[in-house]
Write a protein that binds this ligand. Structure first.
Ligand SMILES: NC(=O)C1=CN([C@@H]2O[C@H](COP(=O)(O)OP(=O)(O)OC[C@H]3O[C@@H](n4cnc5c(N)ncnc54)[C@H](OP(=O)(O)O)[C@@H]3O)[C@@H](O)[C@H]2O)C=CC1
Ligand SMILES: CC(=O)N[C@@H](CCC(=O)OP(=O)(O)O)C(=O)O
Length: 336
């Protein structure tokens, strides 16, 4: 059994991680942590998230001394803000823990990337270069060998799972950049209160136009330019991306279908639709990415849907854990 610490356990991604780890047959949920000054320190996780009453009644520990916790556990999930993960990951790594970071702090190893898109200078280029990018369906080998796994962003997960098979199969006309229009539920912004995510303010609105940090994350791992526009929608969880691409002149519907099926035929957490297209309803609360598509002449529209908190965060992190330790890839994620 692997002793496991979840930092940021009271947050939206953290509570999903706690649920998966609690029912994982190879893992012990050793401790749940929040910040040293958190008003929630000392409360039960189930006080904050009553769906867990009688299931996970562990207390939230204030993380006063990360190094002491590091000596007590084998595995750490960081469900914390980018700057917090940036500072904490090296402490746990130095003690030999395997770290799964859900933030963006270790996703892109390029000079100047964090200054430009995250507003801080990265202090750990060694760990940045060692981190495996946890896009589970595509980076199995790197994830299996890494001590630090940087779990991809929610929007980049849905976008890359849709586009990567098409690019690998050489179907996209590179004269036209794929255009990704994405809508996310409000839980994507985390649990803390803010005006922009308050009930009466949220309707449906684009944000981060041409400057969202997920655009360069997608481009850097996909190796292809894209236009990416996120929108905030008035629902709690889920992401739907409508992706418009131009195909090479001879490409047909059958070629696109073959590319998706070849890529994912042995990947149980990506579901390809042979008819119809996915909706958020089909993935909310589930660890899948659902992909459907329509071809008309040289134009292709792909629809990719995930739960931002699950395939976009916690379930992909646990999928990476399963790969890293050689457990069945869907362990604790799927019940047949
Ligand atoms: N929400 C989503 O859909 C997705 C989120 N992510 C990423 O996952 C991470 C977590 O996101 P989310 O769950 O939404 O965030 P939340 O804001 O819901 O939760 C953040 C958690 O971190 C804790 N925390 C804050 N500061 C510290 C600290 N210094 N030390 C220890 N714990 C701390 C908070 O508790 P407290 O403040 O009480 O200490 C809380 O438990 C972020 O990096 C986010 O970018 C990635 C993909 C999708
Ligand atoms: C709706 C909403 O606000 N979504 C978040 C992205 C979700 C996320 O947390 O992704 P990272 O791990 O890359 O931060 C945003 O646009 O910043």
């Amino acid at each position: 059994m692997l002793n496991t610490l979840i930092v940021g356990a009271s947050g939206y991604a953290g509570v999903e991680l706690a649920t998966y780890i609690n029912r994982h047959p190879q893992m012990t949920l050793t401790a749940l942590a929040v910040s040293a000054q958190s008003p929630d320190a000392g409360k039960l996780l189930s006080d904050l998230h009553p769906q867990l009453k009688g299931v996970i009644d562990l207390r939230l520990e204030p993380l006063n001394d990360a190094a002491t916790w590091a000596s007590k556990v084998d595995v750490v999930f960081l469900a914390t803000a980018h700057e917090v993960s940036h500072d904490l990951a090296p402490v746990f790594l130095a003690s030999g823990c395997v770290v799964f970071d859900l933030s963006g702090a270790f996703r892109v190893s390029k000079p100047g990337f964090y200054d430009a898109f995250y507003g801080f200078s990265h202090q750990y280029p060694h760990w940045l270069s060692q981190a495996a990018y946890g896009l589970a369906e595509w980076n199995h080998q790197q994830i299996a060998e890494a001590q630090l796994i940087a779990v991809p962003g929610c929007y980049p997960t849905a976008a890359q799972l849709a586009l990567r098979p098409l690019l690998e199969a050489g179907l996209i006309n590179d004269g036209q950049w794929p255009v990704i229009n994405a809508v996310s539920g409000v839980s994507g912004a985390g649990r803390k209160a803010s005006i922009t995510t308050s009930f009466c303010e949220v309707s449906l609105q684009p944000y981060g136009i041409f400057n969202h940090r997920h655009q360069p994350e997608i481009i850097s791992h996909l190796g292809s330019s894209v236009i990416f526009t996120p929108h905030l929608g008035n629902f709690s969880r889920g992401i739907l991306e409508t992706i418009t691409c131009r195909l090479k002149p001879t490409v047909r519907h059958e070629d696109v279908a073959a590319a998706f099926h070849n890529a994912y035929q042995d990947k149980p957490l990506v579901r390809i639709y042979d008819k119809g297209v996915p909706s958020i309803k089909s993935v909310a609360g589930l660890p899948y990415c659902d992909i459907g598509f329509v071809v008309q002449e040289e134009h292709l529209i792909v629809i990719s849907a995930i739960d931002n908190l699950l395939k976009g965060a916690a379930s992909q992190a646990v999928q990476c854990l399963n790969i890293r330790f050689g457990f069945p890839e869907t362990e604790s994620l799927v019940y047949m």
